[in-house]
Design a protein around this ligand. Structure first.
Ligand code: SF4
Length: 228
């Protein structure tokens, strides 16, 4: 079992971790039962809820990795190329009194749209139902944040060792236009980024002015005045 087969080699250099795919951080009792049953069966020593609202099954023996992936089925997210690592979401209008927009439904739609795509480097997506930004939209590669006038789309954010606040690309969009805007941004990034270049570094290199001029053709439905 190698990292290329979709599991992550651990710091002991011997065991692996498999991470689940849990769009918007929403799980059913059946999902949790399947994860628990798999963890018991393969004596997984550590189950970790990650910062991206996923569950990592950590400490797998190499010979068990593929079996665990198979057992988890659609819950498993083996990563064999840079891709969308996760789409996280806050509670949004489903459960939060501050919510302006339905972050969970949009996060599920974003996961569905981008889950099979590959990119020059990993992409993280954060969706928040209001500007309080519990979905960490300002520090994700793609951030989508609700206001009382629609959705704001952000691009090029990152936390990590060189944090960067994402640039606001467009405001007051419908959910469909916000997803379309995100897709156009990711296609733009995929076509121009260097291998392993995250969106934050890409934006520092390309610059907002270039992006803005290209956006005139990329995002014709967004008036120029809405681009910061
Ligand atoms: S971002 Fe807003 S809607 Fe989402 S959980 Fe935080 S306060 Fe609630």
């Amino acid at each position: 079992m190698t990292e290329g087969a979709g599991a992550i080699l651990q710091r002991d250099g011997l065991t692996y971790a498999v991470v689940t795919r849990i769009p918007a951080g929403i799980v059913t009792p059946e999902d949790l039962e399947k994860i628990a049953k798999t963890a018991r069966k393969y004596r997984v020593p550590v189950l970790k809820i990650t910062g991206g609202q996923r569950i990592a099954l950590v400490g797998l023996e190499p010979g068990d990795v593929q079996k665990v992936i198979d057992e988890l089925g659609s819950l498993a997210k083996p990563e064999t190329a840079p891709c969308v690592k996760f789409v996280q979401a806050c509670l949004g209008t489903d459960a939060c009194r501050f919510g302006n927009q339905d972050s969970i439904t949009l996060a599920r739609a974003a996961d569905e749209r981008f889950k099979d795509k590959t990119f020059p480097a990993k992409v993280k997506i954060g969706i928040s139902g209001c500007p309080r930004c519990c979905g960490e939209s300002r520090t994700r590669d793609i951030g989508i944040m609700g206001t009382n006038r629609g959705w704001t789309v952000l691009f090029g954010g990152n936390s990590g060792t060189r944090p960067r606040l994402a640039d606001i690309i467009a405001r007051n969009l419908t959910a469909a236009d916000a997803l379309d805007c995100a897709e156009r941004l990711l296609e733009y990034y995929r076509a121009r980024a260097k291998p392993h270049e995250r969106t934050a570094r890409f934006m520092e290199r390309v610059g907002m002015e270039t992006l803005k001029s290209d956006l005139l053709t990329l995002l014709p439905y967004i008036p120029v005045t809405k681009v910061n």
